[in-house]
Every structure is written in C-alpha cells, then in structure tokens.
Design a protein around this ligand. Structure first.
Ligand code: NAG
Length: 207
C-alpha cells in the first residue's frame, strides 16, 4: 500500500500537470492548530491530481494529542452522512508520529464532499469541499449545513449485529487557542506557496 502510493506519486510527478493536494486531518484551517477541521477545508484539484489525506500532525505542533477522526465522503445534500460506495478511511488517529496517509485520485472536476464521523466532528463543522461551485452549492453553504446535520456512520460491511458503538474519545482543540501567536498557521497550501516563494528567491539570488 505504501509502495503503491509511492509509485503513484512518482508516476504523477512525471506528468507535468499532475499535482498532489495534501489535506491534514485534525487541523483547524483558521489558526493551523490541532482541532476539528481539515486543513485546507476547500481545494480545487484537476483530473489526474491526487488528494493526499494525512493524519500526521505537522512538525510545528509541539504538544499534539492523539485524536480519532475519519475522512468520509458524503453529499452536499447530507453533509454528515456517508455517500453510498464513497471514500472512507474509517477511524484513524491523528498523531505526532506515524500518522497514516491515504491517497485519493481525482478523476474529474465534479464537486466532492467529505466529513469526519468521529464524535461530533462533523457539526464543528469538520468538513472538506473539493471543487465546490462558486455559487449555489458552495463550500460555505456546505459548512453551514454540516453544523446542524445528523451524523451517520458507514454501515460495516460484515457485522453480525446492528449498531456499532464507536469508541468515544474526548475531542481536543476547541477552546484552546493558538499557542504560538501569529503566523504559525497556514496549512499545506501556504506551505507550498512558501516553498515556491523560497525557490523563486533562490533563483533570483543566482542571477
Ligand atoms: C478515481 O478513479 C479511481 C480508479 O477507478 C478510483 O479508485 C477513485 O476512487 C476515483 N476517485 C474518486 C474521487 O472517485
């Protein structure tokens, strides 16, 4: 699985236009700290790109806590309900070391909607919009709807009895403000932009 992901990444890197969109699970986009969110919470990949969901906390988080989340595909109409046959990581632990990564190839630019079904994550709202329309079914309206939506879990494939009781773990993040003051947030997209800027500066320095 790891190998396959690596090979896919290499193959995509060889294609000029393919990009990887890294989304960190369990980071608030607003302040870059651990909490109930995807960072970033809206992305615009193209066909051939890959979304990489990572449960690995970024290195700048010094006092990370292990918290369970999921990345589960839903629909705009029911933000916190699994889409039939959709993508689902199942419960995973966001953690400082050894956090798992899941790759999802993007095949077109149709909107895709995701949430975390752990605890009350989805109502936070811990949701992600992929290629959301700029009018009508927007990322903002999806987030708003998720705040009051009923949270449903995927039905286990092979289960003898009915309801699965999910381990309930105290959620962290809400309430504890940013520890590092300003500038520590940003997320993957900002990091990429920073890298591009740094590289440009490097090129300029060579001239
Ligand atoms: C894109 O296609 C691949 C291969 O069929 C599939 O595994 C993946 O789930 C698709 N991506 C989305 C977002 O549906």
């Amino acid at each position: 699985m790891k190998l396959a992901t690596g090979v896919t990444a290499l193959a995509l890197a060889a294609m000029a236009n393919a990009a990887t969109f890294t989304v960190t699970v369990g980071i608030r986009e607003t302040d870059g700290q651990q909490g109930l969110g995807f960072d970033p919470s809206a992305i615009l990949p193209q066909a051939g790109d890959t979304i990489e969901f990572t449960f690995q906390l970024p290195g700048y988080i010094k006092n990370g806590v292990d918290v369970q989340h999921t990345v589960t595909q839903s629909t705009f109409e029911a933000p916190c309900t699994p889409k039939e046959g959709g993508f689902d990581t199942g419960l995973q632990t966001t953690t400082t070391t050894g956090g798992k990564t899941f790759a999802l190839p993007v095949n077109d630019t149709q909107p895709l909607w995701f949430y975390s079904y752990a605890n009350n994550d989805c109502n936070a709202p811990m949701v992600l919009a992929v290629n959301p329309p700029l009018t009508g079914q927007t990322a903002a309206s999806f987030q708003e709807a998720a705040k009051t939506a009923t949270i449903n879990h995927p039905v286990p494939h092979s289960s003898s009895s009915s309801s699965s009781s999910q381990p309930s773990k105290t959620s962290t993040g809400s309430g504890s403000g940013p520890t590092g003051g300003s500038g520590s947030g940003g997320g993957a997209m900002a990091n990429e932009i920073n890298s591009v800027l740094a590289f440009s500066a490097f090129l300029l320095a060579l001239m």
